[in-house]
Design a protein around this ligand. Structure first.
Ligand code: HEM
Ligand SMILES: *[C@@H]1O[C@H](CO)[C@@H](O)[C@H](O)[C@H]1NC(C)=O
Ligand SMILES: *[C@@H]1O[C@H](CO)[C@@H](O)[C@H](O)[C@H]1NC(C)=O
Ligand SMILES: *[C@@H]1O[C@H](CO)[C@@H](O)[C@H](O)[C@H]1NC(C)=O
Ligand SMILES: *[C@@H]1O[C@H](CO)[C@@H](O)[C@H](O)[C@H]1NC(C)=O
Ligand SMILES: CC(=O)N[C@H]1CO[C@H](CO)[C@@H](O)[C@@H]1O
Length: 325
């Protein structure tokens, strides 16, 4: 009996792992409980995008930060009266409010049709995919079935998010801790093809590279001058610049071409080209947008599986910014 059963069990285990995420996530999770959830979220994201283009980068970055801190469980959405939730950590303070607003609006639209069924974590995952598609990026399937987390603490953010001054080794090891490969990291960094950054994130590259050299030699000289004009010393801390100099509101592979030109904004961007270990992947993505889109889609799938709560873990929050109790 065993020799007949065992191969079948192994095969069905392999098949199930392929059909659904390892963590019990699957694309049709709400198939009967809320069959239109993806269309409802997409419409809400579209409406929000029509109000402001910041919807795209803000929502995408919110998803990344949620997943890297305590897993993709919408813990980043929690508002604390004492200002000590995840969203209040210094790293997260600059997360644009439009990302939160996108999820809140989508959740309201979903609740109107399927009350109490769809998690905020899943709505954020769908919305992050939708903003990529709506700005010209790849279409990809989102796995669903996440539950919302019950913990959100600013203190848990420190050390979980990458810094704009990271070198390749620090980037690779932080992403590896999150079950993502070096190529996943290079592909996900391509998210910086949209959005803004505040001057202080990169001003040391313009004014204080090291004790003898002011300007980071890996910066394109023309680009460095333009950045100095936009971000003079002691600039107003609210001033921000586009991260992709040429197509800042389009999700495309221009980010990688910029790196080849010395026009990556952060140390952590430019190092992907200057370090010869990651350079071939940058050159491939710069030359072949379809290769970038494929790598980005599968890396987003793996990002979306981080630390997920499923089954009876966590809860389905009624209001994304507050725990149910
Ligand atoms: C690889 C390491 C990464 C580092 C060091 C990094 C760092 C940063 C920093 C410092 C900013 C500017 C924030 C500000 O000044 O307001 C930023 C913006 C952004 N990041 Fe990253 N990030 C990384 C990876 C990612 C990933 C994986 C994603 C998403 C998949 C992402 C999406 C974004 C987006 C879309 C923005 C623009 C936000 C906006 O305009 O509101 N980043 N990132
Ligand atoms: C929103 O839609 C209206 C009507 O179609 C259009 O005129 C307007 O330019 C759009 N705004 C943005 C920011 O896309
Ligand atoms: C500063 O950086 C420049 C350019 O990479 C290098 O030539 C120089 O040796 C560095 N100086 C110090 C003190 O590290
Ligand atoms: C600097 O950027 C310009 C485009 O602004 C480009 O033509 C030039 O090749 C770049 N220089 C280097 C050294 O990459
Ligand atoms: C990474 O994968 C391992 C093995 O599947 C798992 O135990 C761990 O929880 C994952 N890490 C995260 C952050 O999800
Ligand atoms: C560490 C860090 O980036 N802190 C910033 C968080 O956001 C506020 C407001 O935008 C800045 O003043 C902090 O410097």
């Amino acid at each position: 009996m065993w020799n007949l059963w065992l191969p079948w069990l192994l095969l069905s285990a392999v098949w199930m792992a392929a059909a659904s995420g390892e963590d019990g996530l699957r694309p049709d999770f709400y198939g009967s409980a809320c069959p239109n959830v993806e269309a409802i979220v997409r419409d809400a994201v579209r409406r929000k995008l029509n109000q402001t283009v910041v919807t795209v980068p803000a929502t995408l970055r919110l998803f990344f930060h949620d997943c890297f801190v305590q897993g993709c469980d919408a813990s980043v959405m929690i508002a604390s009266a004492r200002d000590d939730a995840e969203k209040d950590a210094p790293d997260n303070l600059s997360l644009a409010g439009d990302g939160f607003d996108t999820v809140i609006k989508a959740k309201q639209a979903v609740e109107a049709q399927c009350p109490g069924v769809v998690s905020c974590a899943d709505i954020l995952a769908i919305a992050a995919r939708d903003v990529v598609v709506l700005s010209g990026g790849p279409k990809f399937t989102v796995e669903l079935g996440r539950r919302d987390g019950l913990v959100s603490q600013a203190a848990l953010v420190a050390d979980h998010l990458p810094g704009s001054d990271f070198n390749l080794d620090r980037l690779v090891s932080l992403f590896r801790l999150n079950n993502l490969t070096a190529s996943d990291m290079i592909a996900l960094s391509g998210a910086h093809t949209v959005g803004f950054s505040h001057c202080h994130r990169f001003s040391s590259r313009l004014y204080a590279f090291n004790s003898t050299t002011a300007v980071d030699p890996s910066l394109n000289a023309t680009y460095a001058k333009a950045l100095m004009r936009a971000c003079p010393r002691n600039v107003d801390p609210t001033i921000a610049v586009n991260m992709d100099l040429y197509t800042p509101v389009t999700f495309d592979n221009v980010y990688y071409r910029n790196l080849i030109n010395g026009e990556g904004l952060f140390t952590s961007d430019e190092v992907l080209f200057t370090d010869i270990r990651s350079r071939p992947t940058v050159e491939q993505f710069a030359a072949d947008q379809a290769a970038f889109f494929g790598a980005f889609s599968s890396a987003m799938l793996r990002l979306g599986r981080l630390g997920v709560k499923t089954g009876s873990q966590g809860e389905i929050r009624r209001d994304c910014t507050a725990f149910n109790n």
